[in-house]
Design a binder for this molecule. Structure first.
Ligand code: KG4
Ligand code: ZN
Length: 327
């Protein structure tokens, strides 16, 4: 059994996990900072990095304890080195490199989106390459062709706001609590999605790129008109956002001939999105369980295991890169 320790600190979740053979979770400790940032309505970068420092050692101790193993049984240490917030990334990368140095283990840097893709390998039914992935999170909305491990082609990406960012901004407009995704989902449950016909941006265009800033502006204008409930706006907004994601995913399946879709990222926790993707695409969809959709160390350990096996290692000179590219 090869155990990899995975560290995730790119944004506002501190994650430390231990995964066996890239597939079986032995420990997955996550400390969310939601409560700390909620009063500001969004992530405050300086506070985020300080919070990571406060809890990371404790999470490591807990992870080793729940996995029932010691340092000698860890084969490699993987950490997210980008993209993300510089201060937050620095904590995970420095902590990971220091551990690797002290324990005499290899250090494996992992791209955050690759981590999300590898969350699909943790649910007991790993997808066979090649496949199409839809990554939807607070920082990204992209369609990625995954030819083989570590060989990716980004088919489409966000031109402005990421879809999760759009959920968060619309929630602020509606005065719903942070993070916006779950709040909007909850409000939408008692709203009518047909109340407003919000735009499905670039639905006619050939491109597989996404654009969500127009949708956010449309919500703002409709709110200013008044005479509509928060729930109806939330439901109509959610319907438009999910419709847009489905539309582009369908287009990508047609273009690539994909026979499987992998869904990943924080917005993959959205119930409407999951139901519609599962029922309307005509190809099987691998969806991580809810707890692996949001940022966590297990997905980084899974991707790290694969990189470790292929010899893609870092060393003490590896640096974090806030704008790291996947390809
Ligand atoms: O992947 P993630 O934890 O962090 C990033 O890498 O960005 O994603 C966080 C995003 C937030 O924008 C949050 O509002 C969104 O995921 N999210 C959701 C839901 N749960 C979390 N969006 C829609 N519906 C949800 N149920
Ligand atoms: Zn993420």
């Amino acid at each position: 059994m090869i155990r990899v320790l995975g560290i995730e600190t790119s944004c506002d979740e501190t994650g430390v996990a231990i995964v066996a053979d890239g597939a079986r979770i032995l420990a997955n400790e996550v400390a969310s900072q939601i409560e700390v940032h909620a009063k500001f309505g969004g992530v405050v970068p300086e506070i985020a990095s300080r919070q990571h420092i406060l809890c990371i050692s404790q999470l490591l101790r807990k992870a080793l304890e729940s996995a029932g193993c010691g340092r000698d049984e860890i084969a490699a240490i993987a950490a997210t080195n980008g993209p993300g917030l510089m201060g937050s990334l620095l904590v995970g990368v420095c902590f990971g490199k220091a551990l690797a140095y002290a324990w005499g283990k290899p250090f494996v840097p992992v791209h955050h989106i690759e981590g999300h893709i590898f969350s699909a390998f943790l649910n007991g039914d790993p997808p066979a390459f090649p496949f199409l992935t839809l990554v939807v999170s607070g920082g990204h909305s992209c369609l990625i062709w995954c030819e083989r491990p570590h060989e990716y082609q980004v088919l489409g990406t966000t031109r402005d706001d990421a879809v999760g960012e759009c959920f968060d901004k619309v929630a602020r407009l509606l005065e719903l609590p942070y993070p916006g995704g779950p709040s909007i989902q909850r409000a939408a449950e008692s709203g009518n999605p047909k109340t407003c016909d919000f735009p499905r941006a670039m639905s006619q265009a050939e491109t597989l790129d996404f654009s969500f800033s127009g949708l956010k502006t449309a919500v703002l204008y409709r709110l200013r008109e008044g005479g509509i409930s928060r729930e109806d706006i939330a439901a109509s907004f959610q319907a438009a956002a999910v419709d847009t994601l489905l539309l582009k995913t369908r287009q990508a399946i047609e273009q690539t001939g994909a026979r499987r879709l992998v869904l990943a990222g924080g917005v993959a926790a959205n119930k409407l999105l999951r139901t519609r993707l599962a029922g309307e695409l005509g190809i099987p969809v691998t969806m991580p369980p809810f707890e692996l959709c949001v940022d966590n160390g297990a997905m980084i350990a899974a991707a790290g295991f694969s990189r470790y096996q292929q010899g893609f290692l870092g060393d003490t000179r590896t640096r974090p890169h806030p704008g790291l590219k996947l390809t």
